[in-house]
Design a protein around this ligand. Structure first.
Ligand SMILES: Nc1ncnc2c1ncn2[C@@H]1O[C@H](COP(=O)(O)OP(=O)(O)OP(=O)(O)O)[C@@H](O)[C@H]1O
Ligand SMILES: C[C@@](O)(CCOP(=O)(O)OP(=O)(O)O)CC(=O)O
Length: 451
């Protein structure tokens, strides 16, 4: 999906939920809906009210909208021991990115007038029978029934019997190695939980949409504990520190390519599990790395955090190369970025910037506030943006500074024009949010995507 400049300015969001009482006409429209045709509610205002049991007997549609963040692992998850339940072969750890820059937004509507469950993703109707989507829907409904029968919480009986419509958008490229599945499934599970009035541990369900999604259920610094139980009930995410813990930590995403990647994470890790001896060795190394990484984060030790992050990214990509046939996620530009980071750090004799790469060529750079301006300038110098290209710097503002000749002579690299398409400047952020403003629902009064 192309990213339009209008996607970038962020908005702080708060909580609430809304239900729309449909007019008879709107309800009839929803009943008559077929195929993937989009139509727009012709009468404007949504009547926002919390449904009561009396209203339940009438034509009632309950709408909930939430957002969820992307997370980028510093200790990577790669490989499953159970494909169906999505149970990993090692624990992993990530940083949740701020939703002012990158987020999924999902609206779920429940109505007795809906004939079937449906989903629209980034403006296009998708198959609701996708097994991972079905796992999330099934598990949320199971949890809602369980909570209801145990009289726990305020689980909402109204919505349990109704079919639902789901509409979701990402404000960044989907399936391009920017963790859209993590934000997307976390958002879906969180929104469904709000619809059913469910609180508490939900990462076990998000995990069944996409493994890395369980970590997007929390803000700040998050570990996914691999667990040992066969039913996966102990394979859950846990927050290590909240988003406020390390205020100097900054994140730059260097987008090399926003194209869909040739080998998806699911297929890639499946082949690695079958063929890579290095991946087996990795499972022995990760437990110690996890401990050290948690310590580094707690102590705000950037040197250790950085060394572990880069080594873990490199080992993940070495595992991909050790897979047979090999998987290449890093491009020549990615490798140049790796060299640039090492030369930059060695010029200063300390770790100032660190890289990590997921299943794609885009670099995620972790650094501290005091180095952002200079490093962005260095990136611009070695990867000069295309004139008339799209806006190069998105997200948080950066102050222009000059790069010293001394630094340039240490780095000594040939600039590559337009090697990097754009940079997203962001920071550590909170977990999923419920949206208060009913104007922001992605589904209209008729239960169909607004155009
Ligand atoms: N907002 C969303 N709501 C529901 N599902 C989504 C959403 N966004 C993405 N997905 C699902 O995730 C899939 C993309 O996942 P994929 O792993 O291929 O890419 P990625 O998550 O962007 O990259 P990576 O996991 O390697 O960082 C989509 O095809 C779709 O099925
Ligand atoms: C390289 C990674 O980003 C892999 C993410 O894999 P996914 O979570 O997308 O895979 P599935 O569980 O099959 O959906 C590393 C990470 O995020 O830890």
């Amino acid at each position: 999906m192309p990213v339009t400049p209008g996607d970038w300015p962020g908005r702080a969001l708060t909580c609430c939920e809304a239900s729309a009482n449909q007019s008879g006409a709107a309800a009839r429209r929803a009943r008559g809906v077929t195929g993937s045709r989009w139509s727009r509610a012709d009468s404007g205002r949504l009547d926002v009210s919390v449904p009561s049991m009396a209203e339940d007997k009438g034509k009632e549609m309950k709408l909930v909208t939430c957002t969820a963040p992307v997370n980028i692992a510093v200790i990577k998850y790669w490989g499953k021991r159970n494909e169906e339940l999505i149970l990993p072969i090692n624990s992993s750890l990530s940083v949740t990115l701020h939703q002012d820059q990158l987020k999924s937004t999902t609206t779920v509507a429940a109505s007795r007038d809906f004939k079937e469950d449906r989903i629209w993703l980034n403006g296009k109707e998708e198959n609701i029978n996708h097994p991972r989507l079905q796992s999330c829907l099934r598990e949320i409904r199971r949890l809602a029934r369980k909570r209801r029968s145990s009289g726990d919480g305020n689980s909402n009986t109204l919505t349990l019997h109704h079919k639902i419509h789901i509409c979701s958008v990402n404000n960044f490229p989907t399936a391009a190695g920017l963790a859209s599945s993590a934000a997307g499934y976390a958002c879906l599970v969180y929104t469904l939980a709000k619809l059913h009035g469910l609180e508490g541990e939900l990462s076990e369900i998000a995990r069944q949409g996409s493994g890395s999604a369980c970590r997007s259920m929390y803000g700040g610094f998050v570990q996914w504990i691999m667990g040992v139980k066969e039913d996966g009930s102990d394979s859950i995410a846990q927050q290590i520190e909240p988003e406020t813990h390390w205020p100097e930590l900054c994140v730059l995403i260097l987008v090399v390519s926003a194209e869909q990647k040739p080998v998806g994470s699911t297929a890639g890790m499946r082949t690695s599990v079958k063929t890579s001896p290095l991946l087996k060795y990795r499972t022995e190394i990760v437990p110690k790395r996890m401990k050290e990484m948690i310590e580094a984060i707690k102590r705000q030790d950037f040197e250790l955090f950085g060394q572990l992050t880069m080594k873990d990214s490199n080992q993940f990509h070495a595992t991909c190369l050790d897979t047979f046939p090999p998987i290449f996620y890093l491009s020549d530009i990615s490798k140049r970025i790796i060299n640039l980071v090492h030369r930059y750090n060695s010029h200063f004799g300390e770790t100032r910037v660190v890289y990590t790469f997921d299943a794609g060529p885009n670099a995620v750079i972790y650094t501290r506030k005091q180095h952002v301006d200079e490093f962005v300038e260095v990136v611009k110098h070695y990867f000069p943006p295309e004139e008339n290209g799209e806006q190069f710097l998105k997200g948080l503002p950066v102050n222009p500074v000059s790069v010293s000749e001394h630094l340039k002579s240490s780095i000594r690299m040939e600039p590559v024009k337009a090697g990097i398409q754009y940079i997203i400047n962001t920071r550590v952020g909170p977990g999923p949010q419920l949206i208060e403003d009913s104007n922001l629902h992605l589904l209209g009064e008729d239960g169909l995507p607004k155009q």
